[in-house]
Design a protein around this ligand. Structure first.
Ligand code: KIV
Length: 289
């Protein structure tokens, strides 16, 4: 008799992520917001998943991330965890879930860990959020920082645009990165930061993994927004994205075909429905007389 052996993938931990960096192997990271996509991403071997507050735009259809609540995040993060039980999972702290106070930050970070089964949380900002980062780390929760384009501050930053093109702004990013590392962040993501500024951050990092999205090759790994890479966000396609397939077009054509099939009665076909056995049907007719 043959025995089926199910080999479960081992989930990354902080030490295995740092080992990848030490071995010079880039870390792979994608956003994800639902169960079936999480299942596919884990199956494809992605290292880490971010349930980003970008779900405000990609899933909930807002113009930005500010309306996203902790409850929205927890619902989606739980679904992702069910689909990807063996992937390092990072919950993104939404607007006003950590800004008001240290206590708010610890409580909400704790919800990601206790209710949604996260392995770490991410929050936006540099020097100004270091007290929150330190407090959450001290509560035993691994923290990922986020610098450069930080969408929760999009109004103050003047829109979704590259950050750190000028020397002064670039210095704030380099200083912010060092401060986050000193506050205990084990990882940070640089979003839309010019490549040479990113390189300076990565070179200066001592005990912190530097990830990039639209920030060039000089990082320890890359992140992309899943909906952008598959043509699933209808409003715009950021320049930094590589499109790996047009799922949006596949779905659009499929729905158009369905509309036509139903209208012309070519759906459903015999294989798409169920019948009652003749004998039972005759009995039923008699019962109804
Ligand atoms: O919310 C998000 O998806 C993010 C990534 C862009 C890093 O923060």
């Amino acid at each position: 008799m043959t025995e089926t052996v199910v080999v479960e993938r081992k989930k990354h931990t902080l030490p295995t992520l740092f080992k990848k960096v030490a071995d010079g192997i880039p870390i792979t990271w994608l956003t994800c917001y639902d169960y079936p996509t999480a299942y596919l991403q884990e199956k494809a071997g992605i290292d880490m998943i971010l349930v980003g507050d970008s779900l405000g735009m990609t899933i909930l259809g807002y113009d930005g991330t500010l309306p996203v609540t902790m409850d929205d995040m927890i619902t989606h993060t739980k679904a992702v965890r069910r689909g990807a039980p063996n992937t390092f999972l990072i919950g993104d702290m939404p607007y006003m879930s950590y800004q008001p106070s240290i206590e708010t930050a610890i409580r909400n970070a704790g919800r990601f860990m206790a209710e949604a089964g996260c392995d770490a949380v991410k929050l936006e900002g540099g020097v100004e959020v270091c007290d929150r980062v330190r407090a959450v780390v001290d509560a035993g929760i691994p923290v990922v920082g986020h610098l450069g384009l930080t969408p929760q501050s999009v109004s103050a930053l003047g829109g979704f645009r590259v950050q750190g093109k000028g020397a002064e702004q670039a210095k704030r990013i380099v200083d912010g990165a060092k401060a986050l590392e000193q506050a205990g962040a084990f990882m940070m993501v640089l979003e839309m930061v010019p490549d040479r500024v990113t390189k300076l951050v990565t070179e200066r990092a001592e005990n912190c993994i530097i990830m990039g999205i639209g920030s060039g090759p000089h990082v320890h790994g890359q992140c992309l927004i899943y909906h952008d890479m598959f043509g699933l966000y209808p409003k715009f396609k950021p320049k930094m994205v590589k499109v790996y397939g047009n799922a949006g077009e596949v779905i659009l054509n499929g729905v158009k075909q369905y509309v036509q099939d139903v209208t012309t009665r070519s759906f459903p076909q015999r294989e798409n429905y169920f019948t009652i056995p003749d004998e039972e049907y005759d009995k039923l007719l008699k019962m109804l007389q």
